[in-house]
Design a protein around this ligand. Structure first.
Ligand code: GDP
Length: 195
């Protein structure tokens, strides 16, 4: 995938602000600090388009990025952030749930998990929720460069087993530091978006 353009479009706080051009959307979800901003930047070959923020959970909106006038990345705020109020958490949950369940142009949810550790209870419940609604999922194991070469496949297997992923479902072993997994993830995105 050759990146000709990538631009931030909007931090949407509700459906009225979602784009209306019908371009396919690829959502990215994962707990705070999992490496989502770094992955977006690496995928788009941008240093700082998605803020690699030291303050996780700050974004309570869906951040839209348009790529090559062809598709959107939709950055879903990190789940499991403890420092927001219960009311805020519930409002966040409803908005995201509606988006993921009913958004017509949504083609794929990329769920990020930290490859160094087994998926957490929150990772598992997110995965089960997406599976329940038959939303197409690609799991990405982040920070692969922090593991030794022979640990990477072992940890990949643990992720697969812990989530109970079906055989055909993709798991991409990824590193924003080295670019590992980037081409593979782009080909999965291109296929899902039909571009
Ligand atoms: P976000 O909260 O999910 O957007 O996470 P960030 O992208 O801000 O990353 C959280 C921290 O993990 C930052 O200190 C990043 O530099 C680091 N990080 C993210 N991805 C990688 C990676 O692939 N390899 C390594 N070594 N560090 C990473």
């Amino acid at each position: 995938m050759k990146i000709k353009s990538s631009e931030f479009i909007i931090s949407a706080v509700g459906p009225k602000q979602y784009p209306e051009d019908g371009l396919p959307e690829i959502a990215l979800a994962g707990r705070s600090n999992v490496g989502k901003s770094s992955l977006i930047n690496r995928m788009l070959l941008r240093r700082n388009l998605a803020r690699t923020s030291a303050q996780p959970g700050k974004t309570q909106q869906l951040n839209y990025y348009r790529i090559n006038e062809e598709l959107y990345f939709v950055d879903v705020p990190g789940y499991g952030y403890a420092k927001v109020s219960k009311t805020e958490r519930e409002a966040w949950g409803r908005m995201i749930e509606l988006y993921l369940r009913e958004r017509e142009p949504l083609r794929l949810v990329i769920q990020l998990v930290d490859l160094r550790h087994p998926p957490t209870a929150l990772d598992i419940s997110m995965y089960e929720w997406l599976s329940h609604y038959r939303i197409p999922i690609c799991i990405v194991g982040t920070k692969a460069d922090k593991l030794s070469r022979n640990q990477v496949p072992k940890h990949g297997k643990i992720v697969r087993e812990t989530l109970g992923m079906p055989k055909g479902q993709p798991l991409v072993l990824f590193s924003s530091e080295t670019g590992m997994g980037r081409d593979e993830l782009w080909s999965i995105i291109a296929q899902a978006a039909d571009i």
